[in-house]
Design a protein around this ligand. Structure first.
Ligand SMILES: [Zn+2]
Length: 120
């Protein structure tokens, strides 16, 4: 018995000496849920306990909307780095700040202010 999130976390209810707790392959461990009788080898968690543990497990996952923000921020950072590298290459190729600015749609002065430090 286990649960798989759409971003690859795999969780399950793990038997303890006197009950159950949730675990995830990312290292997350939930609070214990004491049960009587205690779990025996091969037991599945009682349905109500499994449902409570699954809800706690779901709570440690990053919501899809925030994952989308994280992914977009990472893409924006990568694009910024790629643009700086392209500007450095253009400067190394003796392209003027005016030509670089025109390629981006900004003025020579703005291009210089934005990238002069990055280009050394
Ligand atoms: Zn996890």
């Amino acid at each position: 018995m286990g649960w798989l999130s759409d971003d690859g976390h795999e969780g399950w209810a793990d038997p303890l000496p006197g009950g159950w707790r949730g675990r995830c392959d990312c290292g997350w461990v939930g609070p214990s849920h004491p049960t009587y009788p205690a779990p025996k080898d091969g037991d599945d968690a009682p349905d109500a306990v499994a449902a409570a543990i699954r809800e706690q497990w779901a709570g440690h996952l990053t919501p899809a909307t925030l994952r989308a923000v994280q992914e977009a921020a990472a893409a924006a950072k990568a694009a910024t780095e790629r643009l700086e590298e392209a500007v450095r290459a253009a400067r190394a190729d003796d392209r003027s700040w005016a030509d670089i600015g025109a390629a981006v749609g900004i003025t020579r002065q703005t291009a210089h202010e934005r990238w002069a430090k990055a280009c050394g």
